[in-house]
Design a protein around this ligand. Structure first.
Ligand code: ATP
Length: 225
């Protein structure tokens, strides 16, 4: 955390986005505002190392992200992971972004509190701190500090040493951990997939353009969660 930074911090939001919904979009919008980010890259996962394969193709998931973020100029689709054939880890994507954007720009990896507490399971997880800050959203009233005792000792130690404020993000290119209180909408991609399979409405859970795309392409019509 001692390198000099230049430029307004950029956020990175990875996910399966199977499909993207208002939970993701509100998380991004809140983080854009509270962490004073200039933009957020939405990076749909290709073949996620940590979970079962997504239900629809990478091209469909990417197309839905593009539709969902079309009216927010600060949100950008980055399809690099879906275009790769081999499995791709976040640490590799961050290395690529660093090579493109330079070493001085503050990069912020955005995630929810549950994901953060599992960070030690990510490939080369301790390298992540050399490449980016980590910005963690938690539900108001459920602070990370109350749950950090459930993390591994190594992760707990990083948390204790690296915790800083949103205003500090622009001071260094990487290495900090920031927590932001963000109301969590009770929406998940799993819920949307099961609603579609049951032929039920998904309106108001995700942008209309994405709902229309799902129906036009007959996505998620077979139950599989
Ligand atoms: P699934 O239901 O298929 O597990 P998901 O809806 O949780 O999917 P992901 O693509 O796995 O979506 O999530 C990407 C990121 O968005 C993760 O960091 C996750 O914590 C966050 N996220 C997902 N849903 C919400 C939500 N409702 N509110 C805030 N953050 C969310």
């Amino acid at each position: 955390m001692n390198k000099k930074a230049t430029g307004t911090p950029v956020g990175i939001l990875g996910g399966t986005f199977d499909p993207i919904h208002y939970g993701h979009l509100r998380l991004a919008e809140e983080m854009l505002e509270l962490a004073h980010l200039q933009k957020i890259y939405f990076i749909p996962a290709g073949t996620p190392p940590h979970r079962e394969s997504p239900q629809v193709s990478a091209q469909h998931r990417s197309a839905m992200v593009k539709l969902a973020i079309a009216d927010q100029p600060a949100f950008v689709l980055d399809s690099r992971e879906v275009e790769r054939i081999t499995p791709c880890y976040t640490v590799d994507t961050l290395r690529e972004l660093r090579a493109e954007l330079g070493m001085a720009l503050p990069l912020c990896l955005l995630m929810g509190g549950d994901a953060f507490l599992q960070l030690h399971t990510w490939h080369e997880w301790e390298q992540l701190f050399d490449l980016a800050h980590i910005v963690v959203g938690y539900r108001p009233g459920f602070t990370l500090v109350d749950r950090i005792h459930t993390a591994t000792p190594a992760l707990r130690s990083h948390y204790q040493q690296r915790l800083c404020n949103a205003d500090d993000l622009s001071q260094h290119p990487a290495g900090g951990i920031v927590e932001l209180a963000i109301p969590k909408l009770e929406i998940s991609a799993t819920l949307i997939r099961s609603r579609v399979a049951e032929n039920r409405s998904i309106r108001y859970l995700l942008p209309n353009a994405v709902a229309d795309y799902i129906h036009q392409h007959h996505l998620y019509t077979h139950a599989k969660h």
